[in-house]
Design a protein around this ligand. Structure first.
Ligand code: ZN
Ligand code: FE
Length: 262
């Protein structure tokens, strides 16, 4: 690509941390703004930023769990980065500077993100969507071929949240916070043996994980065809869990329960 065009792209770097967490580094080449999304720990994130020649200016949190916020204080202490997260979770996001609510727009260098409230995994969970960059950071709400567990929300809330994400454009790249894809695809295949797109994803994911490669980001358009948690209103999934013509909330709750026990 033409280097002068490249300058305007949001550069996204993926850091694999702990067992299966991903922290994302976002860099804006025009202003040098650099952001860490959901830093579970500070040191490896600071090291990667330094290796890239970047200095962290922002931390974004999708929710309060320690594996998404454990590095907030260390990064802020080392760099003075501004910590941004849901105002609803002001009491439990370490070192929070700026609180956001649903529909807010946040400027990051020359880029803009829209905040989407997506309760279910936790009550204050938010997602960051960069429409012009076709990038979504859903935290633990949406995984490739999966979704987060319901720790603080109801199935109705989570289904509503996932429907909001499902409305975003097919071309959206989804930067999930965990490498859970292989287990998720195995579960999804137990529900749907005839889904050819799902079978293709299974083969790709097996190959990638055999060499410890990342399966993310994933494409939202593809998730809409293979992720059972985005399709609780589809007759195929309804019949797979024995709930034909049922309320999608009930179907979603049943798929979630079966995954919890899988
Ligand atoms: Zn979580
Ligand atoms: Fe997590």
């Amino acid at each position: 690509m033409d280097a002068s065009l490249n300058r305007f792209l949001l550069e996204i770097d993926q850091i694999s941390i702990l067992n299966d967490n991903y922290v994302y580094l976002l860099h804006d080449h025009i202003t040098n703004a650099t952001c860490a999304i959901d830093p579970s720990v500070a040191e490896p994130v600071l090291q990667r930023a330094a290796a890239r020649g970047w200095t962290l200016t922002h931390v974004f949190n999708t929710h309060h769990h320690w594996d998404h916020t454990g590095g907030n204080k260390g990064i802020k202490h080392a760099t003075g980065a501004v910590v941004i997260g849901a105002s609803a979770d002001a009491g439990r996001l370490p070192a929070l500077d700026i609180g956001l609510k649903d529909g807010d727009t946040i400027e990051f260098g020359s880029h803009k993100a829209t905040v989407l409230a997506v309760p279910g995994h936790t009550s204050g969970h938010i997602a960051f969507w960069f429409p012009s960059d076709s990038a979504l950071f859903p935290g633990d709400t949406l995984f490739s071929v999966g979704c987060g567990r319901l720790f603080e929300g109801t199935p109705a809330q989570m289904w509503h949240s996932l429907q909001r994400l499902r409305c975003l454009p097919d071309s959206t790249r989804v930067y999930c916070a965990h490498e859970y894809t292989l287990a998720n695809v195995n579960f999804a295949c137990s529900l749907e043996k005839e889904n050819r797109a799902l079978q293709r994803r299974l083969q790709d994911v097996k190959k990638l994980r055999a060499t410890k490669q990342s399966t993310l980001p994933t494409l939202l358009g593809e998730e809409k065809a293979i992720n059972p948690f985005l399709r609780a209103d589809s007759p195929i999934l309804q019949s797979a869990v024995g709930l034909v013509n049922s309320d999608p909330v009930q179907v979603f709750a049943m798929i979630r329960r079966r995954k919890d026990l899988f």
